[in-house]
Structure formats: C-alpha cells, structure tokens
Design a protein around this ligand. Structure first.
Ligand SMILES: Nc1ncnc2c1ncn2[C@@H]1O[C@H](COP(=O)(O)OP(=O)(O)OP(=O)(O)O)[C@@H](O)[C@H]1O
Ligand SMILES: Nc1ccn([C@H]2C[C@H](O)[C@@H](COP(=O)(O)O)O2)c(=O)n1
Length: 194
C-alpha cells in the first residue's frame, strides 16, 4: 500500500479539516487543491467571487461594497468557517489557520519570500513586474491592517501553525508530501484516535 493509500484509509470517516493560509502568490490555491484532490477531501475556496455569484451581483460590486464596509470581509470569513465545520475538507484562505485554530485537525502556513510571490503572480497574470511588486506590497500592507482592525489578527504571527512550510523552495508535490507525512504521524496506523 502507498503512503497516500494508507493515509486515506486512516482518515476514512473522520471528517478531518486541514486549514491552509499564506499570502497572495504563495501557492495556496495550487497546493490546497492538490492536497484535497489527492486525499479525496473537498476544497473550500469561498471568495469574494463566490459571494458575488450567490448574490447575483458582479465581483466589481462586491469589491465596492467591501471597500465601503467591513461586513463583506466578515461574511466571507464567517461562511468559510461554516463550510469548514462540515469537515472532510481543505480550507484555503488568507485567515483559515487563525479562524479555525481551535478546530482544524491540521493548520499549515505556506511561506514564500516576497520576490518569489511576485514572480509567481507575474507568471500567473502577466503584466509589468515592478507594478505587481508595488501592488502586492500595498495589498499586503492593507490586508495586515484590515485583519488587525477586524479581528485583532496579526497575519505575520503564524508560529502556532502545526506546519510552517517553505513554499518558495518546495514544489507543490513536495509540499503535499510534507503534509501527508504529518497527517500520517497524527492519524496513521498505530496512532490513538483523539
Ligand atoms: N510550490 C510552487 N512552486 C512553484 N510554483 C508554484 C508553486 N505553487 C504555486 N505555483 C505557481 O504560482 C502561481 C500562483 O499560485 P496560486 O494561484 O496557487 O497562488 P495563491 O497563493 O492561491 O495566490 P492568490 O492568493 O493571489 O490567489 C501559479 O502560477 C502556480 O502554478
Ligand atoms: N477577509 C478575507 C477577504 C478575502 N478573502 C479571500 C477571498 C478573496 O477573493 C481572496 C483573494 O483576495 P485578494 O487576493 O483579492 O486579496 O481571499 C479571505 O479569505 N478573507
């Protein structure tokens, strides 16, 4: 039996939840999708776009509302946590590890240096690299400020995470492997049920 088959068997019926956070461009969507697909878990990626679709308005309209009121951020973050409570999932979001700190079975922070994140966003979206660098710096600053104000969360303080992974040097398959090893340590054969 492969490591992944062993793990899938071990977590069968446990309805586990893995929370993954990181800043824009760290590779959260890519890595979380791979973890979810490999382990047969649902990927929860509830975003401003999802809220726009639910309300039948444009993404631009939701962004306008979000700029005018904290309520939009709160709704998105609350909905993510509600969906994660159903379990059997990977919750990928900016604040996943902070908001599910007490309930997630595994919290993972993906760290990548700023210049790597900028290169990846550039690779994904194209455009001028210097503009992306400036835009990403400003967005990081605004996110940091907003999360402190909204929730008293410092998103640069993630040392409590179960795993802090180097997403700058490891490719998505290597990151998956590190997550699988940690899950096997926690839930693999021979481990006591919590
Ligand atoms: N570990 C990795 N190594 C190399 N490239 C990666 C890695 N993870 C993701 N990428 C690439 O980097 C780009 C950004 O990845 P992704 O969209 O997953 O980032 P993200 O953290 O979800 O970003 P955002 O929060 O802005 O949506 C993609 O082109 C993806 O293929
Ligand atoms: N409080 C928030 C706000 C946003 N998100 C999610 C939803 C967004 O669509 C996504 C990406 O945001 P961006 O890269 O545009 O800053 O992040 C969230 O999880 N929590």
């Amino acid at each position: 039996m492969t490591k992944i088959e062993t793990l899938k068997k071990s977590i069968e019926g446990r309805r586990i939840c893995i929370a993954v956070s990181g800043k824009s461009g760290c590779g959260n969507t890519t890595t979380s999708s791979l973890i979810a697909r490999t382990l047969g878990l649902n990927l929860i990626n509830y975003t401003f776009r999802s809220l726009a679709e639910e309300r039948g308005v444009s993404l631009k309209e939701i962004m306008r509302q979000a700029a005018a009121s904290d309520e939009v951020d709160r709704i998105v973050d609350r909905r993510q946590v509600e969906l994660a409570q159903e379990g059997n999932c990977v919750l990928a979001s900016r604040l996943a590890i902070w908001l599910t700190r007490a309930s997630a079975d595994l919290t993972v922070y993906l760290h990548a240096p700023d210049e790597v994140r900028v290169q990846r966003i550039h690779q994904r979206e194209g455009g001028d690299i210097n503009e992306i660098l400036e835009f990403t710096r400003e967005r990081d600053r605004q996110d940091h400020e907003r999360y402190l104000k909204l929730y008293n969360i410092d998103n640069d303080s993630y040392d409590f995470a179960d795993l802090i992974l180097d997403a700058g040097s490891n490719n998505p398959n290597q990151l998956l492997d590190l997550v699988v090893d940690e899950l096997l340590r926690r839930f693999g054969p021979g481990e006591e049920s919590p």
